[in-house]
Design a protein around this ligand. Structure first.
Ligand code: F6R
Ligand code: MG
Ligand code: MG
Length: 368
């Protein structure tokens, strides 16, 4: 991408699971690759990779069309439609489930798929990581992204790298009010944490480096912002993070995932559990449809070409995190339908409460 700006677009959707909500069938991956290969042949894409995390199909694309570009979003939409056809033929589970509208109208935002896009001038060497999660929501990124870009006990670069020393700004979305605020760290860290800790409502959208305003990271919160007010749902999230040379080192970014913190989205989108960092081939949520997973695909960008991926959590250094996540999963599961394993009433994706209340309302006797 030399001196010209280029764009990385990561657009994902669940268009059919196999079996159940656990994986993506190889035929869907093949179909998506055919669609993106054709677009590359026409010169629309510089490069692409098709990946999957659990039941989510992930399209990583590089191009020069900028962010929120209609042609790129339509390509992703049409690719998901083509994969839905395959999913229907194989009677895969929930074929087309994330394509919420019948016709494409300019952007995939608000139509079901999740989107994270970074636009920048490629550095002399441009490493970045694509994180992809399943059985969770964009709020899951709050804790690790805070630690990566604001916690010097995680990222020593905040102290010792001159380009990072001025800190980073955090764009935070309020999904309930459909509004956003930008807060700067380190000065506004305590204000920021007041919001980020409430990760069901406030979610990090983007991070910029304060020294020069350079974009450092972006998460897929757009779907949520656009449907806020109607249904503040969960959406298996993605996150793009640039690393090294003035950004947190790759190891600082990955370090933030060594603690399997509790996130929302497990079983029926109505339970919380530990976020387990796994290798690509282990991104198959099975136990109680989980526990929630995250994979990390590492790349070097070379004039827009994707050199990679490297499966970054395929490392025995994360075995202990996975073991801890399994122990936490045991502990949380023993709560059964009780909070905090089950989510508070207003955050559950499924509920029988209206029917139960309608049936039992008369039996509540006022004590006042
Ligand atoms: C969670 C998830 C699954 C399903 C569960 C029930 O995000 O996708 O845990 O919610 O398997 O699925 P349905 O309602 O399709 O039977
Ligand atoms: Mg599914
Ligand atoms: Mg999923």
């Amino acid at each position: 991408m030399a001196a010209e700006k280029g764009t990385i677009s990561l657009i994902k959707a669940d268009v059919g699971g196999y079996p159940g909500h656990s994986q993506v069938h190889q035929e869907l991956i093949k179909r998506a690759e055919e669609c993106l290969e054709e677009a590359k042949g026409k010169g629309l894409l510089i490069d692409y990779r098709v990946m999957r995390c659990g039941d989510d199909l992930e399209l990583l694309m590089t191009h020069r069309q900028g962010t929120n570009n209609e042609t790129i979003h339509k390509l992703a939409w049409d690719t998901f439609l083509a994969c839905t056809e395959v999913a229907k033929r194989l009677k895969l589970y929930g074929a087309g489930q994330d394509l919420l509208v019948d016709a494409f109208s300019g952007t995939v935002k608000g139509m079901g798929p999740g989107v994270a896009e970074l636009e920048f001038v490629e550095r002399p060497s441009e490493p970045f990581i694509a994180f992809m999660g399943d059985k969770t929501s964009p709020g899951a990124w709050n804790l690790p992204v805070f630690r990566i870009f604001a916690d010097p006990f995680n990222s020593s670069g905040l102290i010792i790298d001159p380009k990072m020393h001025a800190g980073f700004t955090f764009d935070v979305l309020d999904v309930k009010k459909n509004s956003a605020i930008t807060l700067a760290c380190p000065e506004e860290m305590y204000d920021l944490l007041m919001f980020l800790g409430a990760y069901d409502r406030y979610m990090i959208r983007a991070i910029h480096r304060r020294a020069d305003g350079e974009i450092a990271a972006v998460a897929s919160t757009d779907k949520l912002s656009l449907i806020a007010g109607k249904y503040v749902g969960k959406d298996d999230p993605v996150l793009l993070v640039r690393t090294q040379a003035g950004f947190p080192a790759q190891g600082e970014v990955l370090e933030a995932f060594a603690f399997p913190h509790l996130v929302e989205g497990w079983m029926r989108g109505s339970h919380c559990g530990p976020l387990m960092p796994v290798s690509f081939h282990q991104a198959n949520p099975t136990r109680f449809d989980g526990p929630p997973r995250v994979i990390a695909a590492g790349f070097q960008l070379a004039y827009g070409q994707l050199v990679g991926p490297v499966d970054l959590f395929d490392d025995p250094a994360y075995d202990e995190t996975r073991r801890m996540a399994s122990r936490i999963a045991d502990y949380m599961r023993r709560h059964g339908p009780f909070q905090p394993h089950r989510l508070p009433l207003e955050e559950m994706e499924y509920t029988t409460m209206p029917q139960i209340m309608a049936r039992l309302a008369d039996r509540f006797k006022s004590l006042g």
